[in-house]
Design a protein around this ligand. Structure first.
Ligand code: NAD
Length: 494
């Protein structure tokens, strides 16, 4: 059955005649139809969010404990509807169902954590600014937040923003990816059931050009919180600069796993494998480069290739699948172009490198796990974000060299270090220019740990207390105690 959605604005469906069709990346079936909105529809969403924010007795003025209650109820409802949400996520994003279930569970955890933060938004009293004065430093919600998210983890990228924005007291207009808008709309309905006031959560679907651009210039939006590619992120930042709109950016990556000879090599193979194939390699913090010490490189790559051969491709609802299809045809063709270019530039193909042509995968965008070794820093594969299951292997001989190679990219989202030597682990971790470093593990995640990028991987942090504070402005209030002496005494009548 094809799912057909309008926009969700001010607590109800707003009919929008034009539609965007989402076809299955696994078999080409029509899955969902989303409203193809324009700036007029967006304006309705912004007006609803503005009213919900500006009206004194509404969302930002509720005690944090009450916002927390709403959030907790939403988390409960998401868990109760987990199977439906997982199926939509799995079909639209093409990810195997067990990973979609994990994503739904993770979204609920993000919401519960943000609910706890709503109780304890920090502030300060400053008592050393004079005997007859008191300073208050408060954190106030930024206002209406425009949330723009991508297709690779539609629910997690959404809730890393939405849950914290709501906890802080902001109201929201969400633009999900035009490829995977289903779960954001389903969640908006659940939020109404959870008791959120109308207008606090609005979802306006459509393209980046029609809706996204209109959001970044809309005077009713106080902040844009964006997750997506670095190219679009730069464009968003430039447009926000025109009105000094606050902006948070979670962008692309080109992470490296550095493997030293003293590491637990079985664990390292496992981590590197997960790091490059999870979500079909469509992961911002994907471990897309392997930097392996020359002494162990041959043996390590052989083991990795052997394990890569056992990765199971599957249709989205296949419970045993490790990997599904890439998100759509043109993205797959981009990944295949990267593969062709790497061969032309002299990298050695160790495994994979092709689109699967056999049934039942012949109607979808399935690309096999692909490993290139002999990759050098001048090759595009070393620098560019591929966003597919493609690993670039480069060798090193000294610790400094490994760190220099890992940092030899414009991105700075994550890196991994595999070693049993604590000195070496800390040496590398301190020098790696990335927002996250994993030591003897990869793709760990925790709601308490801030996530975000150095360099062209972004600005700002999500998760942890930092994730909440992103959605607040700091206000200083000076309070005079007792009688105030005039500052300009000669102006006072005698
Ligand atoms: P994208 O940049 O093409 O699109 C992201 C979102 O921006 C979509 O909703 C899209 O419709 C919208 N958009 C497009 N043009 C726009 C415009 N002119 N103005 C405003 N919005 C516009 O990215 P994508 O292909 O959907 O996602 C993949 C990218 O996202 C990768 O680069 C990946 O690394 C990155 N990503 C980063 C993180 C992170 O946390 N750092 C997480 C997930 C994905």
């Amino acid at each position: 059955m094809v799912r057909d959605y309008d926009n969700w604005i001010d607590g109800c469906w707003i009919e929008t005649p034009r539609r965007l069709d989402r076809f299955s990346p696994a078999d080409g079936r029509l899955l969902s139809r989303f409203a193809d909105s324009d700036c007029e529809v967006l304006d309705l969403g912004v007006k609803a969010a503005r009213a919900a924010f500006d009206h004194r007795d509404r969302w930002p003025y509720l005690p944090g404990s009450q916002r927390a209650q709403h959030l907790t109820r939403l988390a409960d409802l998401i868990v109760a509807h987990s199977e439906k949400l997982s199926e939509i996520e799995s079909e639209e994003a093409g990810k195997p169902i067990r990973f979609a279930r994990a994503e739904v569970a993770w979204a609920a955890e993000l919401i519960r954590y943000a609910a706890a933060l709503a109780w304890q938004i920090p502030g300060d009293a400053v008592s050393n600014i004079g005997e007859a004065a008191l300073g208050l430093v408060t954190r106030e919600p930024r206002g209406v937040v425009g949330i723009i998210v991508p297709w690779n983890f539609p629910l997690v990228t959404l809730f890393q923003k939405l849950a914290f924005a709501l906890a802080a007291g902001c109201t929201t207009v969400i633009k999900p990816s035009e490829l995977t808008s289903g779960t954001a709309l389903e969640v908006a309905i659940l939020a109404k059931q959870a008791g959120f006031p109308d207008g606090v959560i609005n979802v306006v679907t459509g393209t980046g050009v029609n809706v996204g651009d209109a959001m970044t210039s809309h005077p009713g939006i106080d902040m844009i919180s964006f997750t997506g590619s670095t190219a679009v992120g730069k464009h968003v930042a430039r447009r926000c600069a025109d009105s000094i709109k606050r902006v948070g950016l979670e962008l692309g990556g080109k992470a490296a796993n550095i493997v030293f000879p003293d590491a637990d090599l079985d664990a390292a193979v496992d981590g590197v494998l997960l790091g490059y194939i999870l979500n079909q390699g469509q992961e911002c913090v994907q471990g897309t480069r392997l930097l392996v010490h020359a002494d162990i490189a041959k043996q390590f790559v052989e083991q990795l290739v052997d394990r890569s051969k056992r990765i199971r491709l599957g249709l989205p609802m296949d419970e045993s699948a490790d990997m599904g299809p890439l998100i759509h045809d043109s993205h797959m063709n981009g990944v295949l172009n990267h593969i062709r270019r790497a061969s032309t530039e002299g990298a050695r193909l160790a495994i994979g490198g092709y689109q699967v042509a056999d049934p039942p995968f012949d109607r979808g965008c399935f690309v096999t796990p692909t490993v290139f070794d002999h990759v050098t820093t001048d090759m595009a594969l070393f620098r560019d974000e591929v966003f597919g299951p493609v690993l670039a292997v480069t060798t090193f001989s000294a610790d400094d060299e490994a760190v220099t190679l890992a940092n030899y990219t414009g991105y700075g989202l994550g890196n991994g270090v595999w070693t049993k030597d604590i000195d070496r682990a800390v040496f590398c971790s301190r020098r790696l220019k990335s927002g996250t470093v994993y030591v003897n593990t990869y793709l760990e995640t925790s709601v308490q740990m801030p996530f975000g990028g150095f360099k062209e991987s972004g600005m700002g942090r999500e998760n942890g207390m930092d994730g909440l504070l992103e959605f607040t402005e700091t206000k200083s209030t000076f309070i005079k105690l007792g009688n105030r002496l005039p500052a300009l005494p000669h102006t006072v009548a005698a």
